[in-house]
Design a protein around this ligand. Structure first.
Ligand code: IDP
Ligand code: MG
Length: 151
């Protein structure tokens, strides 16, 4: 049950604004396990694939341009219900609706610069993890804190 995984990315604005450590820290301190992490600029084609379901939206071209404007910190986190909890930690898509205490609610103002991405379902998480990481980039190890986090 605790092996559910999600894809979390710190977008170029989050990296540029020096928020990588702060965002990482929230997932670490919650008790989730870091399974993979890399700083990358995967290019337009890859980003279009990542956001393929939004292709028909008027903001699609701008979204891809924004995502392609600098390095992205791509991560995989593992733990019980991590997909849903990750989304809760991120906050709402539009930072205007994100509560203080959430990542977007604490660090962003506009939907087009909302600093982070998180998979919205287990199925999309698996799809996104496979898109962003090679199998050998996903670390398999026992966390020494697991027994103090899970009953
Ligand atoms: P999510 O990131 O919370 O899953 P999605 O609806 O999947 O939200 O949209 C993906 C990303 O597209 C958002 O995080 C945001 O960066 C961008 N986006 C969504 N809606 C708008 C919009 O109305 N204007 C500009 N960008 C948008
Ligand atoms: Mg989404």
């Amino acid at each position: 049950m605790s092996t559910e995984r999600t894809f979390i990315a710190i977008k170029p604005d989050g990296v540029q604004r020096g928020l990588v450590g702060k965002i990482l820290k929230r997932f670490e301190q919650r008790g989730f396990k870091l399974v993979a992490m890399k700083l990358c600029m995967p290019g337009k084609e890859h980003l279009e694939k990542h956001y393929a379901d939004l292709f028909s939206k008027p903001f699609f071209a701008g979204l891809v341009e924004y995502m392609n404007s600098g390095p992205i910190c791509a991560m995989v986190w593992e733990g019980l219900n991590v997909v849903k909890m990750g989304r809760m930690m991120l906050g709402e898509t539009n930072p205007q609706a994100s509560l203080p205490g959430s990542i977007r609610g604490d660090y962003s103002i506009q939907v087009g610069r909302n600093i982070c991405h998180g998979s919205d379902a287990v199925e999309s998480a698996n799809h996104e993890i496979a898109l962003w990481f090679k199998p050998e980039e996903l670390m398999s190890y026992d966390s020494c804190t697991a027994k103090w986090i899970y009953e």
